[in-house]
Design a protein around this ligand. Structure first.
Ligand code: ADP
Length: 441
């Protein structure tokens, strides 16, 4: 038995035994035992009083208590010591974190559950013009009002960073990233990406200018080649005719490359303007694409089928959507040399609207799938060139989808075929007349 408890037992015995003995002598056993117990209770009451007074008044020395009470006081003293040590370690860690975060070149802001500023470092003051004292507790969106930034913060999808101009200096370009943590708290870091932004703009301008400059000489060369091919001298010699024909084919390839490069840089440099965005009848768009693709498909022996919900329209830019969808359909034909069926589907569900192109062609090995939307990435360079590919088709598709808040999904089994699906969010969907299925074969 622990020592304090054996003392308590002795205390009880030494109180009750004399009470019982004297009581037996005086013939008042009950009364004297009751008196003994009352005395004991009073003593415990005094111990309890000392303990509670000590607990309530911080900074006092531990009370002088006896028996089991001393064990309780010792345990409390020990746990208070341990808590103090933990608190000290924690506040040291916090101080170190704050010091290092304050010294960081990137802005760091801690946001509370309602988007209110809980803490920020010096860089946040420089980049966003926020003041640690005055702005603490205010909502960040009331202070940094750029619409792109406000929409990003409200949307709650923080997988990608967002770029916006600094409210302090519009020439500064900032990139913000948010990490949710704890109970509805968010850690936001903001980097100055002005240099990167300028380099990126220079790269885009360079590609656009070079493509544009190449267009004119190429038009002249193509014109001469057309004249040559009609020339009786060229037609009289098979080898010269073949050479001119190859030159024409290569000039045509170059023209397609330039057109694709210009399309890409247009998609990168311009933003979606309201007057170009309207409800588009995707079923009609698909019908036009089908007509255009049929010629190519027939030459290769592919059959095209469509299954479209004609009542489902999409908010977007018809020209861009046409170019993206045509790229997918043309790929499906070019990479299905065996002549398999190609199915185009346009449908909606709870997750949004979807345009899917399914082929029964070559398929793609899984390791290539994450990279096929990169510019000039080809699984098989020779096949891509031989079938008239520029290596830019899927990069165009990806950009068009990004501008329509959409994503490209690729499912493929090598040797069996692929399905490329464009997913659009429900906000882009427009329901017109009652659901009509446009099916063609
Ligand atoms: P390309 O002009 O070379 O077709 P894309 O950007 O359109 O360029 O496509 C990139 C690569 O992805 C292609 O080179 C090809 O290897 C692969 N690919 C695209 N679509 C398909 C498809 N439907 N089936 C098999 N492979 C495909």
């Amino acid at each position: 038995m622990p020592r304090p408890w054996s003392i308590e037992l002795w205390r009880l015995t030494l109180t009750l035994a004399p009470a019982w003995l004297v009581g037996a002598l005086l013939d008042r056993t009950g009364l004297l035992i009751a008196c003994g117990l009352a005395g004991l209770l009073a003593w415990h009451g005094v111990q309890l009083f000392r303990l509670t007074r000590w607990l309530q008044e911080s900074g006092r020395e531990p009370p002088e208590v006896g028996g089991a009470w001393s064990q309780i006081v010792d345990a409390i003293v020990r746990s208070r010591k341990a808590a103090r040590k933990r608190k000290q370690t924690l506040s040291n860690t916090l101080a170190r974190f704050r010091e290092s975060a304050a010294a960081m070149p990137d802005a760091v802001i801690i946001l509370g559950p309602h988007g209110e500023i809980e803490w920020l470092n010096n860089a946040a003051t420089v980049m966003l013009g926020l003041r640690a004292r005055q702005d603490s507790g205010r909502r960040l969106t009331d202070l940094t009002r750029h619409p792109t930034f406000a929409a990003y913060l409200a949307a709650g999808d923080y997988r990608e960073p967002v770029e916006f101009p600094s409210p302090v200096d519009e020439h500064l370009r900032l990139s913000a990233r948010v990490v949710p943590y704890g109970r509805n708290q968010r850690l936001m870091t903001v980097r100055d990406v002005t240099r990167l932004h300028r380099l990126e703009a220079m790269r885009r301008d360079f590609v656009a200018n070079v493509s544009h400059e190449l267009r004119t000489p190429l038009t002249v060369i193509t014109g001469y080649l057309e004249t040559f091919s009609d020339d009786p001298y060229v037609q009289s010699s098979d080898s010269v005719a073949r050479t001119v024909q190859q030159m024409e084919e290569q000039a045509e390839r170059m023209r397609r490359l330039i057109e694709d490069l210009l399309t890409l840089s247009r998609l990168e440099t311009t933003s979606e303007t309201a007057d170009e965005v309207r409800a588009v009848s995707v079923a009609s768009l698909v019908a036009d694409i089908e007509t255009e693709a049929r010629v190519l498909a027939r030459a290769q022996g592919n059959a095209i089928r469509t299954e479209c919900d004609a009542a489902l329209w999409l908010k977007g830019n018809a020209k861009e959507l046409y170019s993206a969808f045509l790229n997918l359909v043309s790929n499906a034909i070019r990479y299905s040399p065996g002549g398999g069926d190609i199915i185009l589907r346009w449908y909606g569900d709870d997750e949004g609207a979807h345009f899917a192109v399914q082929d029964h062609g070559l398929g793609i090995e899984p390791q290539h799938i994450p990279r096929i939307t990169e510019r000039f990435y080809r699984v098989d360079k020779d096949r891509s060139r031989a079938s008239g590919g520029t290596g830019l088709g899927l990069a165009i598709v990806k950009h068009v989808l990004q501008r329509h808040s959409g994503r490209l999904r690729v499912e493929s089994i090598p040797g069996r075929g692929s399905t490329f699906t464009c997913d659009f969010p429900p906000v882009r969907m427009v329901q017109r007349a009652a659901g009509v299925k446009v099916v063609s074969a």
